[in-house]
Design a protein around this ligand. Structure first.
Ligand code: SF4
Ligand code: SF4
Length: 351
């Protein structure tokens, strides 16, 4: 039986009390001491009010609980872009995570090394490249942001573990696993390799609409926590009115029975996209072709574009050519939306 704990919390100013209360049932996890990796969502550098990343106040509140329990804390993620210290520093700065080492004893991670974690029972991956900051931690504390997602409908605790796959390897996996079935199985394999000890979800202000980068911030006022990430995601969807039968992840995972501790909101209904590059009932081999027919390429707002070329560099299919502005090939594009996620100016929008 998986337990999912729920707390209401109206704003980040009062987050410490709510985090303390939701962390209490899991305190025994910290008894062995050692190093904790706190793994929030750093999809890209973005100010906290955009709700793209886990809010720094939320991260700091969790770190304080871990430090009170005697743990040494490292905060780390691999954003969707090049694996470089310079890029990482820029993401930390733009997301105001630079407050973290100023206000706690925690350090921001700059170790970009990784190792392959063997996964002989994996659904599609038999070994997973995982950052060493995660492999070396005694405790992995996953801090996802509650967001909708143009490809996977919802992104939460399971998908947040994908950030432990280094840099551009993430977009390469998009190219390798084009269909929704294999893509979500791959995500579950990554989750198993990362194996978070606990997930605590920042749903105080989440994202609705065309997430995970260009959607709209929405006040949800909830925090959810569990040692079972798929169960947590399932209850998070229930909490915000997302039809779980529309979320491809839940077609690929056998959920445990779930005991909800606390009260789920009943009045919240977020806007969420249809998602999926391929209708789930089609054979995977049709993946790329059907994506072209069913889904549109990202839309470019040229007035916002600064011609930085980040979208071209992240594209796993080499579908973007730069000619002052990006031009997307209709037939090469697999509608993974990595380009829209990474664009620093929100100039590309999933359609
Ligand atoms: S669309 Fe975005 S990522 Fe691409 S070149 Fe323009 S600003 Fe850069
Ligand atoms: S153009 Fe964008 S959506 Fe299309 S394959 Fe490349 S990164 Fe993915």
């Amino acid at each position: 039986m998986a337990e999912v704990h729920v707390r209401r919390c109206g704003d980040y100013q009062n987050v410490q009390g709510s985090v303390k209360s939701i962390f209490l049932p899991f305190k025994k996890l910290t008894f062995s001491g050692g190093t904790a990796l706190v793994k929030p969502n750093l999809l890209k550098g973005a100010p906290p009010e955009k709700a793209v990343t886990t809010h720094p106040e939320f991260i700091i509140a969790v770190i304080r609980e871990l430090e009170d329990a005697g743990m040494k804390v490292i905060v780390g993620d691999s954003p969707g872009g090049p694996s470089s210290k310079k890029f990482l520093k820029r993401c930390y700065e733009k997301s105001i995570w630079t407050r973290i080492p100023e206000e706690t004893d925690a350090v921001l991670n700059y170790d970009l090394s990784y190792s392959h974690v063997p996964l002989p029972e994996g659904r599609v991956l038999k070994s997973v490249p995982v950052m060493n900051v995660c492999n070396d931690a005694d405790l992995v504390v996953n801090l996802p942001k509650l967001k909708t997602h143009s490809l996977t409908v919802f992104t939460g605790a399971v998908k947040n573990t994908y950030g432990m796959v280094p840099g551009l390897m993430k977009s390469a996996f998009h190219g390798q696993y084009k269909g929704m079935k294999t893509f979500n199985r791959m995500l579950l394999d990554v989750h198993d390799a990362v194996s978070p000890d606990i997930s605590i979800m920042d749903g105080i202000v989440g994202m609705e609409g065309k997430g995970p980068a260009g959607g709209d911030p929405v006040k949800l006022s909830i925090i959810l926590a569990s040692t079972d990430a798929p169960a947590l995601d399932y209850m998070a969807c229930k909490a915000v009115g997302i039809d779980t039968s529309k979320v491809p992840l839940f077609r690929e995972v056998k959920l445990s029975d779930i005991d909800v501790v606390g009260e789920l909101p009943s009045e919240v209904n977020v806007n969420y996209p249809e998602g999926g590059s391929t209708p789930w009932w089609l054979p995977e081999t049709f993946g790329g072709v059907m994506a072209n027919l069913y889904m549109k390429r990202p839309n470019l707002y040229a007035d916002k574009c600064i011609s930085c070329g980040e979208c071209m560099r992240i594209c796993p299919e080499d579908a973007i050519k730069m000619n002052q502005y990006p031009k997307i090939s209709w037939w090469k594009c697999i509608r993974c939306y990595c380009c829209a996620e990474i664009c620093p100016e929100d100039a590309l929008e999933p359609r």
